[in-house]
Design a binder for this molecule. Structure first.
Ligand SMILES: Cc1cc2nc3c(=O)[nH]c(=O)nc-3n(C[C@H](O)[C@H](O)[C@H](O)COP(=O)(O)OP(=O)(O)OC[C@H]3O[C@@H](n4cnc5c(N)ncnc54)[C@H](O)[C@@H]3O)c2cc1C
Length: 160
């Protein structure tokens, strides 16, 4: 199996490096280096997201018809690797890598039209609320309930 990157892939890598050199400010690189945990500080993350969104590279793992790049798996790998090497702030996993692709694949046209642009322009920041006081690993013991009330749900419970 030939694991060498093609000449086209190397050209793509140079394009990504040029973009990072010209568009990733030192303040964001320093901010990412100073990030202690999984999630970057909102101001750093939002600034980098806006830069990538303007370029059309924010949803680099989404299909083109949903506002993504339609990049190949190798191109996505090269982009992620070059961003890591350049200390680019990490991107919000839940909206871009979990929820977004699911809406792209299974969402109705109305859901796509409503939720995807709001993820891309930073209006919405998604999180996943599983954990509850007393229910971490044991998701079967979750107590929060959603009760359908005509056109909405009444949710009772606590999340961590
Ligand atoms: C970086 C980070 C990000 C997170 N993000 C999210 C998020 O986005 N959404 C969200 O809902 N939650 C999130 N969490 C919470 C995470 O899901 C819980 O911390 C995890 O499920 C463990 O639950 P707990 O902390 O209540 O520990 P517990 O479930 O109380 O576990 C404590 C210890 O007991 C052990 N243990 C538990 N049950 C058993 C068993 N039956 N037998 C033997 N040993 C057992 C565990 O392995 C662990 O060592 C996040 C946590 C971290 C650290």
């Amino acid at each position: 199996m030939d694991l060498q990157f093609s000449a086209q892939d190397e050209t793509f890598r140079q394009e990504v490096r040029r973009f990072l050199d010209e568009n990733l400010p030192q303040s964001l690189r320093d901010g990412m280096r100073a990030t202690p945990g999984v999630f970057v500080e909102p101001d750093i993350g939002q600034e980098w997201q806006a830069i990538l969104h303007r370029k059309g590279w924010l949803a680099y793992n989404w299909p083109e018809d949903c506002g993504g790049t339609g990049w190949s798996p190798i191109q996505r790998y090269i982009f992620e690797k070059e961003c890591a090497l350049a200390d680019a702030p990490s991107l919000p996993v839940l909206s871009l890598k979990l929820l977004g692709p699911v809406i792209c694949k299974f969402g109705t046209p109305e859901q796509k039209a409503h939720y995807l642009p709001r993820i891309l322009d930073g209006t919405d920041y998604w999180c996943q609320g599983f954990s509850e006081p007393g229910s971490g690993s044991d998701l079967a013991s979750l107590k929060t309930r959603a009760e359908r009330k005509e056109d909405h749900y009444l949710i009772n419970g606590r999340k961590l």
